[in-house]
Design a protein around this ligand. Structure first.
Ligand SMILES: *Cc1c(COP(=O)(O)O)cnc(C)c1O
Length: 369
């Protein structure tokens, strides 16, 4: 028998969450780039694909991922969030009909060269502005000139205006960046009023109507994770697209003063029953999960006790007297929000999703039409 741990992917939840993004942005009527970088935040592009159909475009980083979704039949727009890494990527972009981000001068130069060699080619681009994240993007003072260079290139189609917020998950956290973006693009919008703008991640899609514009770029919310530290996904009306489940593989009674696991982090305050779960950090469960980390056994919420090992972790069965070997365990999913597990392990749901280990067997729920 294989180890009982498995991940279950729910494409139907993705359908719901994309609809949620649409409702949240309906006043602006924004179109939706579903962000599927990092193999759809660890869910697997092919596994979630059936749920992505209602998005208007897919946004990603890897050209192999773009090739994959074209092969799966995606004929709507694709946005490459970091653009081309070298000039061969422009050939792929033309071949696959991709929209590419341009965030530095060398990318414009390489694009100009590619277009000079392909007189009939046409490519849409998104011009990225740095509004305070200070990773990639043209600084505001250089943005207008970069736009003018692109506009002058034969073969450049639509030029979208974009930025990415550093603090959209905090109250008023994006105000300064949005104001800077608006001021900087104003002359462009005056001259080309139909130019599309795209600035919102999940947090901004859910909370900043002024930032919705023509397109939004939700990622984490598509998978049913919360972009906020203090608001649960369910409160945002989001459904988890991944369940991580396993089983109890051993039960033992311990006495007051007995310790559990490596480093004896947990010491029993009284006689209690402990369950051992077939799940460890080599499956992607966070090793830094504290003794407060929630976990469900036979549908009953309890918590981790002791350090997480490579292949096992231990739980308090005090409140689950009927639990035994074979009892079902939910590590995260509909009953145990991944964000709560993440918080108890000092990280974020994004990291846990992306860290799901390849040794974990994955099944996919059917999509109901
Ligand atoms: C990852 C990413 C997003 C999505 O962010 P979420 O917080 O997951 O919604 C949007 N835009 C860019 C440029 C990104 O890299």
């Amino acid at each position: 028998m294989p180890r009982p741990i498995r991940a279950t992917i729910h494409p139907q939840a993705i359908v719901h969450n994309i609809q949620r993004a649409r409702t949240a942005t309906h006043t602006a009527g924004s179109r939706i780039w579903a962000v599927i970088k990092a193999n759809a935040y660890g869910h697997g592009i092919e596994r979630v694909y059936a749920g992505l159909k209602n998005a208007d475009g897919l946004a990603m980083l890897d050209f192999d991922e773009a090739r994959l979704v074209r092969r799966l039949g995606w004929d709507k727009p694709i946005l490459m969030l970091e653009g081309c890494f070298d000039s061969t990527d422009y050939a792929s972009a033309l071949e696959l009909g991709l929209t590419v981000v341009v965030h530095r001068q060398a990318q414009i130069d390489a694009l100009a060269l590619t277009l000079a060699q392909n007189q009939s080619a046409c490519i849409d681009v998104y011009l990225k502005m740095n509004t305070g994240m200070n990773r990639v993007g043209f600084n505001p003072q250089d943005y207008g000139a970069a736009f003018a260079q692109l506009r002058a290139l034969q073969g450049v189609g639509e030029i979208g205006l974009m930025t990415h917020f550093a603090n959209a998950d905090l109250p008023n956290g994006a105000d300064k960046a949005l104001a800077l973006f608006n001021t900087t693009v104003a002359p462009i919008m005056a001259q080309y009023p139909d130019t599309v703008r795209c600035v919102s991640n999940s947090a901004a899609s859910l909370t900043l109507p002024n930032a919705h514009f023509d397109w939004v770029r939700p990622g984490i919310m598509i998978y049913g994770g919360s972009p906020f530290a203090d608001t649960h996904a369910a409160e945002c009306d989001l459904k988890p697209a991944m369940t991580l489940s396993s089983e109890i593989i051993a039960v033992r009674d311990i006495q007051a003063g007995d310790a559990v696991g490596y480093g004896s982090r947990f010491v029993a305050p009284c006689a209690m029953r402990i369950g051992v779960v077939a799940c460890g950090y080599a499956d992607g469960y966070p090793r830094h999960a504290s003794d407060q980390t929630p976990i469900a056994v036979d549908g009953v919420r309890t918590h981790v006790v002791g350090r997480v090992s490579m292949d096992m972790l231990t739980v308090d069965l005090t409140g689950v007297p009927n639990a035994r070997v074979g009892s079902k365990v939910e590590l995260w999913g509909a009953h145990i929000p991944i964000d709560e597990v993440a918080q108890a392990a000092n990280t974020i749901g994004y990291e846990l999703m992306c860290a799901l280990a390849s040794r974990v067997a994955v099944t996919v729920d059917d999509v109901q039409e």
